[in-house]
Design a protein around this ligand. Structure first.
Ligand SMILES: [Zn+2]
Length: 275
C-alpha cells in the first residue's frame, strides 16, 4: 500500500518497509530456528530477568566515557578469541582491559569480529598487538582449532605476539562445557567489577562488533550467536589465573539477589505509605 501511495504522489522510495523483506516462509524459518528469539524480535515479547543468564550486564554499560581520555596505557590487556567453526560463522576477538584496581573494561571500538581466514585473523591480531600489547591472547583450541593455535605459536619469527598465544581447551566441545565459568560472571556484573565504556550512544540497530558483543551478553543464552560471550569468557579465565580472583570478597549471587529483594520490598512499603 505504501508503495502505491508513494507512486501516486511521485515520491521515491528509499528503502522497503520491513514487512516486505519478511515473507511468511522466512518468518516461519526464523520461528523454527529460535522460537524465543523470534517472539522477542517479531512479537515484542522481551526477555525477563529470569530468562537471561546475565540480567546485571546492562547496568555495566556506561555511555559518555571516552576511554581514550583515561590512562589506558597503564592498563593490562588480555585478549580472548573465539574461532569460527562450521556451526558458528564468525570469529570474535575481545580485548579486555584490567585496571590497577582489578576492574575489567570492555572498550568501545576494540572488539572485532569477522569471517576471516587464518591469515586474516593473524593480520587482525597484529593490529591488536600493535595498539594494546596484550599480556596474553587466549584462543579456543578444541579439536581442529588446536592446529591454528599451534600454527601461530610456531611462527614466532613472523608474529610478535606468537609467544603470548595460549590455547584454551574447553573440554568436550558441547555447550554445557563451554559455559563453565559463565555463572560467576553474572556475580561480577552485579557487583560492577566490569564496565563497558562508550563515548557516545550508538544507534539501536548498530552492528559494530562492540554493540554485537553487548547484545550477545544481554540476550544470552537466547541469541543465535554466542561467540563474543565466549571470547570474553576466555579472556576472563586468563585474568583470574593471572591475578587471582577478580574480586576476592565478592558476595555470592544469592546475597546480591537477597539485597535486591529487600530493596524492592522497602520501596514497595514506602510507596504504600505515600498512598
Ligand atoms: Zn555500535
Amino acid at each position: 500500500m505504501i508503495e502505491r501511495l508513494a507512486e501516486r504522489r511521485g515520491l521515491e522510495i528509499q528503502s522497503l518497509p520491513l514487512w516486505s523483506r519478511f515473507p511468511r516462509e522466512k518468518l516461519l524459518d526464523r520461528k523454527g530456528a529460535n522460537e524465543r528469539a523470534y517472539r522477542r524480535g517479531f512479537e515484542l515479547d522481551a526477555y525477563s530477568d529470569d530468562e537471561r543468564f546475565f540480567p546485571s550486564f546492562e547496568s555495566c554499560v556506561e555511555v559518555g566515557v571516552d576511554w581514550r581520555s583515561l590512562p589506558w596505557t597503564e592498563w593490562e590487556f588480555v585478549v580472548g578469541v573465539d574461532l569460527a567453526s562450521t556451526k558458528r560463522p564468525g570469529t570474535f576477538i575481545v580485548p579486555v582491559a584490567v585496571t590497577p584496581e582489578n576492574r575489567c573494561l570492555i572498550l568501545e571500538g576494540l572488539p572485532r569480529c569477522g569471517s576471516w581466514s587464518t591469515k586474516q585473523l593473524a593480520d587482525e591480531l597484529d593490529k591488536v598487538d600493535h595498539e594494546l600489547s596484550p599480556v596474553s591472547i587466549v584462543v579456543e583450541s578444541n579439536g581442529v582449532q588446536d592446529a591454528i593455535v599451534e600454527g601461530f605459536k610456531q611462527e614466532q619469527d613472523r608474529f610478535s605476539w606468537a609467544s603470548r598465544v595460549e590455547g584454551k581447551n574447553t573440554g568436550r566441545a558441547d555447550k554445557v562445557d563451554r559455559e563453565v565459568g559463565l555463572p560467576s560472571m553474572e556475580v561480577e556484573f552485579a557487583n560492577h567489577a566490569w564496565s563497558i565504556l562508550y563515548a557516545k550512544r550508538h544507534p539501536i540497530d548498530c552492528v559494530c562488533a562492540t554493540c554485537v558483543l553487548v547484545d550477545q551478553f544481554k540476550v544470552y543464552p537466547h541469541g543465535d550467536l554466542t561467540d563474543g560471550v565466549m571470547a570474553t569468557s576466555f579472556a576472563r579465565w586468563k585474568i583470574t589465573t593471572l591475578g587471582g580472583q577478580l574480586l576476592p570478597d565478592l558476595p555470592s549471587i544469592d546475597d546480591v539477589k537477597r539485597v535486591a529483594d529487600e530493596e524492592r520490598e522497602a520501596f514497595a512499603a514506602a510507596l504504600k505509605e505515600l498512598q
